[in-house]
Design a protein around this ligand. Structure first.
Ligand code: MEV
Length: 399
């Protein structure tokens, strides 16, 4: 069935009317539909964390207009901040004019770290570990036969020598682990713990930490979009946006100003932090809606933004030879479509159904597209009318 996410006028409907459209669009079951109104019961919450006394609700909005790899997608976003859902929808409409978002993802590989101390000779210990790689991988894979049966599990072992630290020299073994459709923290941590005594036996050292790294730089998602310049002076009548195109601000000029805004974020950490915060406005909202760990995604994104020693923009913006605006985003996205809260939280299950994804890589691809859209929405507003006008229009709705 071909469905369009271009739901013109969606924002002017009542929540109940929007809900009805969404239920048909995403073919939600009656239970999923009921869950949209915050049906996390105390009993369910009590299974998720400790000392539960209640639940805490946030707005769930739907970003419209997204086309990702040729497919129309409606995007569930959980967020407390006004303008984010409207901004994502607006930017997705601009990107739609250039064919939408195109994405790529790597294999869902996480890194588990095993810290080894009390070693006399780091290089010799590293060699011994690498010589026993097959045995270590085999042992790691015995820890989780289920993921191995799904063609995931430990893939490789790498060793890094750290000659100097406040605790002296140490080795860090990196277990490279394919988590398939899970976020994978538990399976990686379990595998690292399972390896500890064999690592001590092989190296003669002492193992301390055994834990995954949130700098998930083997589990990347990339999104790209091309916005024709004419789309940037498009007339828009949604809430929070200028009602009329400004003749003094043609699309080509907007595109140039967006590239200038990006330029500051790539050289200046003070701007890069805010620029990336705008990207994460979109990313976190989908990560939360789908029951994933947003702190893990935030930690990975910020560490990746500083990977060359300076904290920089996660996205890039440039002009193509025909003056279209070209955007790209690359970041680690450790998200799962199975396990964790995605399995327990009824709204998270409904969110995955709305997105139409069952694979972690497909979810990561859409999240990257939303991050790039959110960045475009912010930069376009900043480079033209300023952020306050749109924000204030939406704040007024709260009165
Ligand atoms: C506000 O939540 C996010 C922005 O500050 C992002 C940006 O400046 O790029 C508008």
């Amino acid at each position: 069935m071909s469905r369009s996410s271009r739901l013109s006028g969606f924002y002017s409907l009542t929540p109940a009317e929007r809900q009805r459209i969404l239920v048909d669009w995403a073919e939600l079951t009656p239970e999923q539909t009921a869950s949209l109104e915050g049906a996390l019961t105390l009993a369910q919450a009590d299974k998720m964390v400790e000392n539960v006394v209640g639940t805490y609700a946030l707005p769930l909005g739907i970003a419209t207009n997204f086309v990702v790899n040729g497919e129309d997608v409606l995007v569930p976003m959980v967020i407390e901040e006004p303008s984010v859902v409207a901004g994502a929808s607006f930017a997705a409409k601009l990107a739609r004019a250039g064919g939408g978002f195109h994405t790529e993802t790597t294999e869902p590989l996480m890194i588990g770290q095993i810290q080894v101390l009390d070693l006399d000779d780091l290089d010799a210990a590293a060699e011994k570990l690498l010589a026993q790689k097959a045995r270590l991988i085999d042992l790691a894979n015995r820890a989780d036969p289920v993921v191995v049966s799904l063609h995931g599990g430990a893939r490789d072992l790498e060793v890094r020598a750290i000659p100097q630290s406040p605790a002296g020299p140490m080795l860090v073994a990196h277990l490279i682990y394919d988590c398939r459709d899970a976020m994978g923290a538990n399976m990686v941590n379990t595998a690292c713990e399972a390896l500890a005594s064999l690592v001590e036996e092989i190296t003669g050292g002492r193992v301390n930490l055994r834990i995954l790294s949130n700098l998930a730089d083997r589990r990347l998602a990339r999104a790209r979009c091309v916005i024709p310049a004419r789309a940037l002076d498009i007339e828009e009548t949604g809430p929070g946006f200028a009602e009329k195109p400004d003749p003094s601000m043609p699309g080509e000029l907007v595109a140039r100003r967006i590239v200038e805004a990006y330029a500051l974020a790539t050289v200046d950490p003070y701007r890069a932090a805010t620029h990336n915060k705008g990207i994460l406005n979109g990313i976190d909202a989908v990560v939360i809606a789908t029951g994933n760990d947003w702190r893990a995604v935030e930690a990975g994104a910020h560490a990746y933004a500083a990977r060359d020693g300076q904290y920089r923009s996660l996205s890039t913006w440039s002009l193509s030879p025909d003056r279209a605006l070209v955007g790209s985003l690359e970041l680690p996205l450790a998200v799962g479509a199975v396990g964790g809260a995605t399995r327990v939280h009824p709204v998270a299950k409904a969110a995955l159904q709305i997105l139409g994804v069952s694979r972690a890589r497909d979810l990561a691809a859409i999240i990257a597209a939303v991050g790039l859209a959110q960045n475009l929405a912010a930069l376009r507003a900043l480079a033209t009318e300023g952020i306050q006008r749109g924000h204030m229009a939406l704040h007024a709705r709260k009165g």
